[in-house]
Design a protein. Structure first.
Length: 324
């Protein structure tokens, strides 16, 4: 019989966190979802509230939390530039203090703990595609630094807790991810384009649109996280999780217009400061260590995501900040 764990998911009502909670609850684990609902929606986990093995706590992870758990997935942090730049000091505190608090909890409970890091640790990369061995090209005083450097500092803390306290840590670096349950105002490029296309608005492309990204479908990403948490204790990462198929932003915009049947026009605005020009994961390590690679092609994933967007009631969502 599979082992039943007590699992804490911080940021558990967010886009990825809510799907992770759903997977864990369905597997029979006792799940505690913690979220402060800054960029997330309680509706993401409302369908789990009646389940006997699910609990929801409104809490800001910059403050200590006392629980008894076996596993911790630390996903708490706003992920879109407009949101994390809205309060950059709070963003940095969420990454650093959130790591300190969850690591302290894991140390006391002797729990396994996984850090949801990001491809942003590579900055505007000079190496392409990006392997985990690449140390990145990050501007430590730029407008994106609160997120980039916060996540890098969190990785440092995780590895130091591993070295000093022999804590059972895991680190995954998440590349662009999309899928159903994305907040329509979460600031991610996929949700922005779908929202604009469905509503017949101009689709906003920053720069000339030649910059590239790699888009991983939500279900594939969560499968990679679960494999990392439950994998061999001698592999702590970091490991890239993302789809190695690379697309320009203009290609994405045109595909969204095609799949939605929209009459939207593409307009261009100035490229934000320090916006990466290329982003694509080298997933050799994930294939080797986790037996993992994405299964969902972009067109298929977008079709599912667009279908979900067509079901939502727009008035039930609010933009977390004035930036979107």
């Amino acid at each position: 019989m599979p082992q039943i764990n007590r699992v804490l998911v911080t940021g558990g009502a967010g886009f990825l966190g809510s799907h992770l909670c759903e997977r864990l609850v369905d597997q029979g684990h006792d799940v505690v979802c913690v979220d402060n609902f800054f960029t997330s929606q309680k509706t993401n986990v409302a369908h789990l509230l009646g389940r006997p093995n699910f609990d929801l706590i409104r809490h800001d992870i910059t403050q200590p939390l006392v629980l008894e758990v076996d596993q911790i997935f630390n996903l708490a942090c706003p992920a879109a530039p407009g949101h994390y730049q809205y309060n950059p000091i709070k963003t940095l505190k969420t990454s650093v203090m959130g790591a300190i608090n969850t690591l302290g909890l894991a140390k006391r409970c002797r729990a396994k703990i996984l850090q949801a890091s990001t491809s942003e640790v590579y900055g505007d990369p000079e190496v392409h595609p990006q392997p985990e061995s690449y140390r990145g090209a990050v501007n430590p005083i730029g407008p994106r630094a609160c997120y980039d450097e916060g996540k890098r500092a969190a990785e440092t803390l995780f590895v130091d807790y591993y070295r000093v306290h022999k804590l059972n840590v895991r680190i995954v670096r998440i590349f662009n991810t999309y899928g159903p349950s994305m907040h329509p105002y979460d600031g991610r490029v996929v949700s922005n384009f779908i929202r604009q296309a469905i509503r017949g608005e101009d689709i906003t492309v920053f720069g000339d649109g030649s910059q590239t990204r790699s888009f991983c479908y939500r279900d594939d990403l969560i499968e990679g996280m679960l494999r990392m948490m439950n994998g061999s204790d001698d592999f702590i990462g970091p490991v890239n999780l993302g789809n190695p198929d690379e697309f320009t932003i203009v290609e994405l915009a045109k595909l969204v217009i095609e799949l939605t049947g929209s009459k939207s026009k593409i307009i261009h605005k100035d490229l934000p400061v320090d916006d990466p020009t290329r982003r694509r994961p080298d997933i050799t390590l994930a294939k080797t260590k986790l037996g993992w690679q994405p299964q969902t092609r972009l067109r298929e994933g977008l079709e599912k995501t667009i279908a979900w967007f067509r079901t939502i009631r727009w008035e039930e969502f609010r933009a977390p900040t004035p930036n979107y």
